[in-house]
Design a protein around this ligand. Structure first.
Ligand code: SAM
Length: 241
């Protein structure tokens, strides 16, 4: 094993998450592929096995502490597979679609899926384009995104994928109060409503925040707009314009 099983098990304890030996071995294989590929392509800045265990695996799984994820999930801007791949490995009742605009990251995910004997869909596209596809739009129970963009722009990328009644879960490491304030109008316009905001300590790595946004109405068809419109003309309320 290249990862420390003890570190993994102990770091999951505060979240009341347990994994079978078989699943821990799958995580170990994933970590070794990540390290191998990282020596050729820059997939992630975190390269040491302990860092991968805590900052990638445990951070991705922490959402399971108080929430059951069952059904379909799209991981937007998944990069090297976070949080989507840990969630897929840990959950037998979750179908995951991995989306990223970078081809080599999607190739890496496909390699890990093959090596671990897992099945999942992959999409190599920009989120704002893929969300117009009738097979992807409003068709997921969950959308997740970690370290992709600010919450306002991210809501425009992610909420169109979520079914009414489903949830967009944004995973953040920094303070989120300002970001949430700046995103409120966009979330409303896009058919969402903030359900809850959960903060937790990730081992010695500082605070993390999970923002749960419930889809309460369909997203108007004009959204998502293209990237330059999202950035140049963000959705803000009339008073703050
Ligand atoms: N979610 C991963 C994580 O937490 O480690 C990756 C984070 S990385 C900083 C951001 C990823 O989002 C990159 O892989 C990038 O290619 C992807 N990305 C950024 N904007 C995107 C967009 N509009 N559509 C699809 N992917 C996007």
């Amino acid at each position: 094993m290249i990862i420390s099983k003890e570190l993994f098990i102990n770091s999951l304890k505060p979240f009341n998450i347990t994994l079978t030996d078989e699943k821990i071995e799958m995580f170990d294989k994933y970590a070794s592929l990540l390290i191998e590929w990282n020596s050729k392509f820059n997939l992630t800045a975190i390269k040491d096995p302990d860092g991968i265990v805590v900052k990638h695996f445990v951070d991705s799984l922490a959402v399971l502490s108080e929430n059951k994820l069952e059904g379909t999930l799209i991981d937007v801007g998944t990069g090297a597979g976070f949080p989507g791949l840990p969630l897929l490995i840990a959950n037998d009742n979750l179908e995951v679609t991995f989306l990223d605009s970078t081809g080599k990251k999607i190739k890496f995910i496909e390699t890990v899926l093959d090596e671990l004997g897992l099945f999942a869909d992959t999409v190599n596209a920009r989120a704002e384009e893929a969300a117009k596809d009738e097979f992807l739009r409003e068709s997921f129970d969950f959308a997740t995104a970690r370290a992709v963009s600010n919450l306002r722009d991210l809501s425009e990328y992610c909420l169109p994928f979520v079914k009414v009644g489903g949830k967009f879960i944004s995973m953040k490491s920094a303070k989120t109060d300002e970001e949430i304030k700046d995103a409120k109008e966009a979330i409303r316009v896009l058919g969402g409503e903030i359900e809850k905001v959960n903060s937790f300590e990730l081992a010695d790595c500082g605070e993390r925040t999970l923002i749960f946004i419930k889809k309460v109405r369909p997203t108007p068809t004009k959204y998502p707009r293209n990237y330059s419109q999202i950035v140049k003309n963000p959705i803000v309320s009339r008073e703050t314009k």
